[in-house]
Design a binder for this molecule. Structure first.
Ligand SMILES: [Zn+2]
Length: 340
């Protein structure tokens, strides 16, 4: 083992992989917490029956790419000891690395990921966890929530993931399932959710939620400029188009983003009632909608939170690691052998 190296890898490098709804993203972190390599592939899905093995193969491809990049960048032939690998998965991961329930990655459900990926990455120590638990670790240790002891991370991707830090430690609950905040029901008569229920928060305030709201608005004759840019068909309007148009000053697009921001602030106000955090960190692709989203979320939060004028102001800030938070946290946790 090289002097000064991390406890698990002779090179002091660890890998973090985040399995998302659209991409598998990996980073290599050195022992000074600097990302020294990055790789990504598309999450296999969409056509035919996608097996968990295909997703595991994608993880292996990202690991191989990271090793290739490191070899080129750092000039060593092979890491002396295979770097430990943290893998974040969307959904309910139990304390033994099983993904028990994953509405946004159904092909990965019920699978022993530690075994499935471990068998493909012989020599690496593999740690599987919920992706947002990794993300909150990264933001708390190194990112936007540094210095706060009570933090809630909200990742606004395809769905909504949640990670919770209580008194400086990641709280995973009794079975490991704490932080499934995207499936708090905010409207029992609301739209169906892939989890099998109705009106979950992520139907309203995630990237997918923005997409649905954007198409509704377009079909109702709003969003004229965005529809034009999208090729004239209201059905083909995507959330990203609305975010871009709002950022460019389109008032109709801005209004739709603000509606999503209201739902975001509404959910944060509910979370504050349970957890009383000092800081909410917002990650995931939807955060690229920027100030129109954040300002409306802050305004809705201030209006809706219990005892708003009589409690300390909670910070609501974008993630420092952007889409990489889950991967960076996975690498941190892999290096130390767990979330703690
Ligand atoms: Zn749900």
């Amino acid at each position: 083992v090289t002097p000064g190296a991390g406890p698990l890898g002779g090179s002091g490098v660890s890998y973090g992989i985040d399995i998302g709804g659209t991409k598998v993203l990996g980073v290599a972190l050195d022992d000074a917490d600097t990302a020294v390599a990055e790789a990504r592939v598309r999450t296999p899905r969409g056509t035919g029956r996608i097996e968990a093995g295909d997703v595991a193969d994608a993880v292996v491809a990202v690991v191989a790419e990271l090793t290739t990049e490191l070899t080129a960048a750092l000039g060593f032939a092979q890491p002396e000891v295979a770097p430990p690998v943290g893998v974040g998965a969307p959904g309910m991961v139990d304390r033994s690395g099983h993904l028990r329930f994953a509405p946004n990655l159904p092909e990965g459900q019920g699978v022993d990921w530690t075994e499935l990926i471990g068998a493909r990455l012989r020599g690496h120590r593999v740690l599987i966890e919920n992706d947002a638990n990794f993300a909150v670790l990264a933001e708390h240790r190194l990112g936007a929530a540094r210095g706060y002891r009570h933090v809630v991370m909200v990742t606004l991707g395809t769905g909504i993931g949640g990670g919770i830090v209580v008194d400086g430690r990641v709280e995973v609950g009794s079975a490991g399932f704490a932080g499934e905040i995207g499936h708090m029901v905010v409207d029992p008569a609301g739209p169906p959710c892939p989890c099998g229920r109705r009106g979950c928060w992520e139907r309203f305030a995630s990237g997918a939620g923005l997409g649905v709201r954007a198409r509704e608005a377009a079909l109702a004759g709003r969003l004229g400029q965005v529809v034009k840019i999208a090729g004239g068909d209201p059905e083909s309007v995507r959330g990203e188009d609305v975010s871009a148009a709002a950022a460019a000053g389109d008032p109709e697009a801005r209004r739709v983003i603000e509606e999503v921001g209201w739902w975001l602030g509404f959910g944060l106000a509910n979370l504050a009632c349970v957890l009383d955090p000092e800081c909410f960190v917002l990650g995931g692709g939807l955060v690229h909608a920027g100030d129109p989203l954040l300002d409306s979320a802050r305004a809705a939060f201030a209006e809706l939170v219990e005892g708003g004028a009589r409690r300390p102001q909670a910070a609501i800030v974008p993630a420092a690691f952007d889409e990489r938070a889950g991967a960076v946290g996975a690498a941190l946790a892999a290096r130390q052998g767990g979330l703690w």
